[in-house]
Design a protein around this ligand. Structure first.
Ligand code: SF4
Ligand code: SF4
Length: 433
């Protein structure tokens, strides 16, 4: 049965995107130190450098092993200072890092150079994407090469440029200046999975950018723009695939002949294929009421968030305490230190004045959480079933369908932590299975 997920419009005022878009993006590519996290998608990585080694920009310094293996590269040239210094990470945990002292020479490893990409086979494209550590830059961090290893030809590639979470504007900032790379990256992705069609899915309210994209696509009849409604979670993969194909899938879009990649990922694919350039730099939105000049910043992977904040003008005046949300207010993780480092999938850091929460806020029965849930759940009922440890009821309430979009917590006037509760309930159901 086809059940269409629903979306909720978040007003511009509550979306807060204008904060980081009022200024053009800035670059901060010369930090004194970088701290490359030795963890990818919660999996620890094997290091292959030691303290005192001199590394070049783009050199492989560690590898993620296992099913989704992937190399990890140095984002600056310089000396390895330490291997196990723990830093905060977007996962909400402290992780070991490789600390490199920047020698500011930007001395590149020899492998980074223009490629004869015009003749690349599908396998060579996938190999370039793997070798250069390209991952989903919409926040998932899922290795892109893995999505491209499909058994049969795909019907289409979709570029997800919806960026529907409040505050985040990285894709918007990157697409504006790197549209040509996005389109070329998309074509390599289409070639890799033999897809004859491509769609750039973007929210209908981005009128100027849509016009610019359409103009750039005049000579590309196989690629079109698909305008999504201005609602949350328009950037959720299932939502986009439903809107464009009219089909649902169970675990992966490839079940219905689709490969979905984020807009910034397509730019990284282009650089990997054309220049053998690894993913060592990225755009991050640094924003929120706790920042003096919210903006998008193009930084090296491994840069400390405190260094970026200092670089762009510091914290807002008269703040007592702040907290940080790594990845956006809906799906991100709260972190209480600016000693956090940029990893490959970190899209934004929202800095907020610390709020006092009631200990046990009461539900006022407004029904808003059920109203907005894109997969038609009743989050408060699930939370009540979880509190009562009633696993049968949790199952009946279909907690396992939650996609952790964060909308129920965001909308709740009593500020009840519904998303966290439903996530725990979902884990209970999956454990029983
Ligand atoms: S977090 Fe889960 S329960 Fe809450 S609105 Fe999103 S899908 Fe529904
Ligand atoms: S939105 Fe909050 S207050 Fe309203 S019904 Fe849901 S839990 Fe209760």
């Amino acid at each position: 049965m086809f059940i269409k997920s629903k979306g909720t419009h978040i007003s511009e005022h509550r979306g807060h995107k204008e904060m980081s878009l009022k200024n053009p993006y800035v670059e901060f590519l010369n930090p004194s130190y970088v701290y490359i996290p030795l963890v990818e998608q919660n999996t620890p990585c094997d290091v292959n450098v030691k303290v005192g080694d001199l590394v070049k920009l783009g050199q492989i310094i560690a590898n993620k092993t296992g099913t989704f293996c992937l190399p990890i590269h140095a984002s600056v040239s310089g000396e390895v200072i330490s291997i196990n210094e723990k830093m905060w990470h977007a996962s909400g945990k402290m992780v070991a890092t490789v600390k490199i002292k920047n020698d500011f020479t930007e001395s590149k490893c020899e492998a980074i150079k223009p490629q004869a990409f015009q003749d690349f086979t599908q396998e060579q494209i996938v190999e370039a994407v793997f070798n250069n550590g390209v991952v989903g830059l919409g926040g998932s961090g899922f290795p892109t090469y893995f999505k491209l290893k499909v058994k049969q030809a795909m019907a289409m590639v979709i570029i997800n440029a919806a960026e529907c979470e409040p505050y985040i504007t990285t894709d918007y900032a990157l697409i504006k200046d790197h549209l040509d790379q996005l389109i070329r990256g998309m074509k390599y992705l289409m070639k890799a999975v033999s897809a004859p069609k491509g769609f750039i899915a973007i929210k209908e309210n981005k009128k100027t950018l849509i016009q610019k994209i359409k103009l750039a696509l005049t000579e590309e009849p196989e690629i079109a723009v698909f305008e999504l409604k201005d609602e949350y979670p328009a950037g959720w993969e299932k939502y986009i695939v439903q809107r464009i194909t009219g089909k649902n899938y169970h675990s992966l879009p490839s079940e219905v002949g689709v490969v979905v990649n984020n807009a910034s990922t397509a730019v990284a694919v282009c650089q990997a294929v054309e220049e053998n350039h690894p993913l060592i730099e990225k755009m991050v939105t640094i924003t929120g009421e706790g920042i003096k000049e919210p903006t998008n910043v193009f930084v090296k992977i491994g840069t400390k968030v405190s260094d970026i904040i200092e670089q762009i003008g510091g914290y807002a005046d008269n703040l007592k305490e702040v907290y940080f949300i790594a990845g956006g207010p809906m799906t991100g993780k709260s972190i209480y230190s600016d000693q956090m480092v940029v990893n490959r999938s970190l899209s934004s850091v929202v800095v907020m004045p610390k709020m006092i929460r009631e200990d046990n806020p009461e539900c006022m029965g407004c029904g808003k959480c059920s109203e907005v849930c894109p997969v038609w759940l009743s989050p408060i009922q699930i939370k009540q079933a979880l509190d009562a440890k009633n696993v049968d009821s949790i199952k009946e309430l279909k907690a396992d369908l939650c996609m952790q979009c964060g909308l129920c917590s965001y909308i709740c006037p009593s500020r009840i932590e519904l998303t966290e509760a439903v996530a725990k309930a979902k884990a209970e159901v999956l454990k029983k299975r």
